[in-house]
Design a protein around this ligand. Structure first.
Ligand code: KG4
Ligand code: ZN
Length: 436
């Protein structure tokens, strides 16, 4: 099989545009991102309506829906970006639902072959980390040695800019994002450009040292429907897994508690909204493993909510809101405390949120507040926290710079942890860097 050509840059020396494709679960998404951070277009087509009746994602339905929805999503992403042929195509190759991943990966390979451009197989967890590198990502706190941070284009100070204030609290999956606006609902697009990033940190070979992005090393709290992880990102492609959930993921706990309350799927956004009406101190739910290392456990908390509801059925909205608010407070207490413990243990004061649960209002507010203390905090826009293809394109761009294209033989992987160079050496079953 012929290897695709290496990534090209445009004649003007501007970074190449990557088409990203995301089909790992129930969002069919395509996006064009230039230089690993400039969002030219982002289209996210949610399948939630197809799965809602079943109370969760049905893999077979997801795969078939991706087949139907992906061509239009790609067409629209290219049209919105004003791009006929991108310089590379990146697709999520795992972890996720195999039948869903196959659709996106096959489409990406076919397009890369037809256009004669490189194909990049991207890890979905790594992609979530790159949401913080997209323009529009927010930043609070001071960047060392350069405070206040100057806006690259205007020279205006951006330190302390609230990344999320004013953002749409109801932001669930979005469709047809405005390419001009980018996925920046309410956020300060300049705030993500933090020139304090240390280009020497980790393996940054080939990456533009002037590229904007969070300050590295940073501790990333990655909280999604399938994963809850604390990761130290020392450089591009250089991650260390510090802790993870021993049972349910944080998003899974949200979804299960929403089901217990008789609220719809997905549960995160519903509980987030309902919690604003309730008293977070009404019920003292457990804070699992709060004092205990860097791993998480959320299944006991879910059980505690179930037991509470058996004893005190939440028959009206006020009672439901108290349960939602108290549950959410317990989750965010644990997530914040463990993140701070990881930061202290590693001597790192740069923090980052990633994954669908990072769209949560309370979690965002708590992390924003840390920016007023001794931390620099990087928070993607809500739309870029939940599954999208812009983060895939960004991760693909950085991967191309580091490793070049992926082989066209690359197969999707249902299970694939974040490709952690150091963790892979600590434990051979981490499955960090695949040989395809
Ligand atoms: O990252 P994501 O879109 O997909 C996965 O890779 O899993 O995360 C989806 C998860 C779901 O469990 C959903 O309930 C949760 O993120 N979620 C939220 C919020 N928005 C989405 N959880 C809490 N608050 C939210 N606002
Ligand atoms: Zn995800």
């Amino acid at each position: 099989m012929t290897e695709p050509p290496p990534a090209e840059h445009s004649a003007a020396g501007l970074p190449a545009a990557v088409l990203g494709i995301e089909t790992s679960c129930d969002e069919t998404a395509a996006a064009v991102v230039a230089g690993g951070h400039q969002v030219r277009s982002s289209v996210v087509t949610s399948q939630i309506d197809l799965h809602r009746a079943f109370g969760g994602v049905v893999p077979e339905i997801a795969g078939r829906a991706h087949l139907q929805l992906l061509p239009a999503a790609v067409e629209q992403a290219l049209a919105d970006a004003g791009t006929d042929v991108p310089d590379a195509v990146a697709a999520t190759a795992g972890p996720g639902l195999l039948g869903a991943l196959v659709v996106g990966v096959s489409a990406a390979k076919a397009l890369a072959l037809a256009w004669d451009v490189p194909f990049v197989a991207v890890n979905h967890l790594e992609a979530h980390l790159y949401a913080a590198f997209l323009e529009g990502a927010g930043h609070t706190g001071r960047v060392p040695n350069s405070a206040p941070t100057a806006d690259r284009t205007t020279g205006a100070p951006t330190s302390g800019a609230g990344p999320t204030s004013g953002a749409d609290p109801a932001a669930g999956p979005t469709s047809a994002a405005d390419p001009a606006a980018g996925p920046t609902s309410g956020a300060d697009p300049a705030a993500g450009s933090t020139s304090g990033a240390d280009p020497a940190a980790g393996s940054t070979a080939g990456v533009d040292p002037a590229a904007p992005g969070p300050t590295l090393p940073m501790i990333v709290l990655l909280v999604s429907g399938g994963h809850t992880m604390l990761i130290e990102m020392a450089g591009h492609g250089c991650y260390e897994l510090l802790g993870q959930t021993l049972d349910d993921a944080a998003g899974e706990a949200y979804d299960k508690v929403a089901r217990l309350l008789g609220l719809g799927y997905p549960g995160g956004p519903v509980i987030d909204r309902l919690a604003t009406e309730g008293d977070p101190q009404a019920i003292r739910f457990p804070r699992p493993m709060l004092a205990d290392g860097l791993d998480f456990s959320f299944s006991g908390l879910k059980t505690a909510v179930a037991v509470h509801l058996r004893r005190h059925p939440a028959t009206d909205r006020a009672a439901q809101a108290d349960v939602a608010a108290s549950f959410q407070r317990a989750v965010t207490d644990v997530l914040e405390a463990k993140t701070l413990r990881a930061a202290e243990a590693r001597g790192v004061n740069s923090l980052c949120l990633a994954g669908g649960v990072a769209a949560n209002s309370e979690l965002r507010a708590r992390f924003e507040a840390l920016g007023t203390q001794d931390y620099q905090v990087f928070i993607p826009t809500r739309a870029m926290c939940t599954d999208n293809a812009a983060m895939v394109a960004a991760a693909g761009w950085y991967q191309l710079q580091r490793q070049g294209p992926s082989p066209l033989e690359a197969s999707p992987k249902a299970t694939w942890t974040i490709p952690t160079d150091r963790a892979a050496s600590r434990s051979s079953d981490q499955g960090g860097n695949p040989s395809w």
